[in-house]
Design a protein around this ligand. Structure first.
Ligand code: FES
Ligand SMILES: [Fe+2]
Length: 435
């Protein structure tokens, strides 16, 4: 799609090569905005963030500020956060509750349902020059939700959300639909900016389970990881469909590490809610990290934030929103089962904030690596040489894996990254990448 760059030549899935240009080239960034982000479904907010009429949050979709707002009629909608008069940013708070949205510039006011309801000095317009029914807020073209996760899409050609998520729904259900109540957010998301290309984040969250002992080596030295670096190499890399990918990793063979280490009191209801193959996967694993294409990642991990606390699970979802070729804004949410006890909520919150988020010991290690990778890949000389994604490509898929999609045995490998880059290439080069 870009005139100045041959996108198709930048990713060679067979050889396992990826050009450094995809992480730094402004022309690639522009092609991504047009071919990918203005067409793909993007995560906006969780319904539990806007539970009451008038509740709103501001988010970004393809780099444009979007307001997700709960209408008085109970419908949650999404609009461009821009006044129809001069384009002013209508809501300037990250979140809030409003009966009306009044523009700070000249006072045009909109209902939470997006209609223009009043205009300053309305008597000075005639009917020909002011038709309020035509000047409502600009709607996000498609808005839909899955298990409380609200997504938006700027293209009407893109298939509906259910079809877009496809087989990934099977795996998402294991994470966010494993109890009758599902999950809710714990507090507002943490938000920060990183000097990295967004794809270093997704690369890490598509199946890079093998960076733990080096990037997080100091944590291994503290005794917070098992001593053998191959101890976490078991499990599976999974390509669900359409570039949605994840990995799952078993924990030690003790009941506490089954079902991702979730509290014992929730387990009977989890067993009842999940289907047989979902149960088998949940029971056998302690960790799962993955990405809903293109930039919604999740991690369900058991961690020790310090040597005194027992391993405790948490579930975080995060958006990697590109704000430029080499800059990314991150939103990271912590989720918990609606049925969870107060004691577990406190424990999962502490486990998360000690290890991830801007102050977390793991997150800082990752950000430093992604920033340095981005900086080094900007160089014209560096860009003459491709990057290497060749680990465990010879391993055939496991035909007996209980879930949908393709699953390769072992969680150390680069197969899922290549699935992601293959899908990325389709969106940037094809009219109907979803066909
Ligand atoms: S820009 Fe909003 S009222 Fe003028
Ligand atoms: Fe990491």
């Amino acid at each position: 799609m870009a005139d100045t760059v041959d996108i198709a030549a930048l990713v060679d899935e067979e050889a396992g090569h990826v050009s450094r240009r995809i992480y730094a080239d402004p022309a690639v960034y522009e092609a991504e905005q047009e071919g990918l982000f203005r067409r793909a479904w993007g995560f906006l907010a969780h319904e539990s963030e806007v539970p009451e009429p008038g509740d709103y949050v501001e988010r970004q979709l393809a780099g444009e500020n979007v307001l997700v707002i709960h209408g008085k009629d109970g419908v949650i909608r999404a609009f461009l956060n821009s006044c129809r008069h001069r384009g002013m940013r209508l809501c300037r708070a990250d979140k809030g509750n409003a009966s009306f949205l009044r523009c700070p510039y000249h006072g045009w006011s909109y209902s939470p349902e997006g209609e223009l309801v009043s205009v300053f000095a309305e008597e000075l317009y005639d009917a020909e020059h002011l038709d309020k029914s035509e000047l409502g807020l600009i709607k996000v073209t498609q808005v839909d939700s899955y298990k409380g996760f609200i997504f938006g899409c700027w293209s009407e050609e893109t298939p509906a959300l259910d079809e877009y998520l496809g087989d990934m729904r099977f795996y998402l259900d294991i994470l966010v639909g494993r109890t009758p109540g599902g999950v809710e957010v714990m507090g507002p998301p943490q938000c920060w900016e990183v000097h990295t290309n967004w794809k270093f984040a997704t690369d890490n969250f598509t199946g890079d389970n093998f960076h733990l002992y080096t990037a997080h080596g100091s944590i291994a030295e503290l005794g917070l990881l098992p001593p053998d670096p191959m101890a976490l190499s078991f499990g599976n890399l999974i390509q669900a469909q359409r570039g949605h990918v994840l990995h799952i990793v078993p924990g030690p063979p003790i009941p506490e590490a089954e079902y991702f280490g979730l509290p014992m009191e929730l387990r009977p209801v989890i067993e009842e809610t999940l289907s047989e193959p979902q149960r088998e996967i949940a029971k056998g694993h302690a960790f799962s990290v993955g990405t809903v294409f293109p930039n919604l990642s999740f991690m369900q991990v058991m961690v020790q934030g310090d040597l005194r606390s027992p391993p405790t699970p948490f579930l975080s979802f995060r958006i990697w929103q590109p704000t430029g070729p080499t800059t990314t804004k991150v939103w990271s949410w912590l989720f918990v089962e609606k049925e969870a006890s107060e004691e577990y909520r406190k424990a999962t919150y502490e486990a998360y904030v000690r290890t991830f988020g801007p102050s977390g010991i793991f997150e800082q290690d990752d950000m430093e690596n992604w920033e340095e990778c981005t900086r080094m890949n900007k160089g014209a000389i560096a860009q003459r040489y491709n990057l290497h994604h060749g680990m465990a490509l010879q391993v055939p898929p496991d035909p007996d894996f209980p879930g949908p999609g393709k699953a390769w045995p072992g969680s150390y490998g680069e197969r899922t990254q290549l699935c992601f880059y293959g899908e990325w290439k389709r969106w940037l080069t094809q009219e109907e990448p979803w066909a």
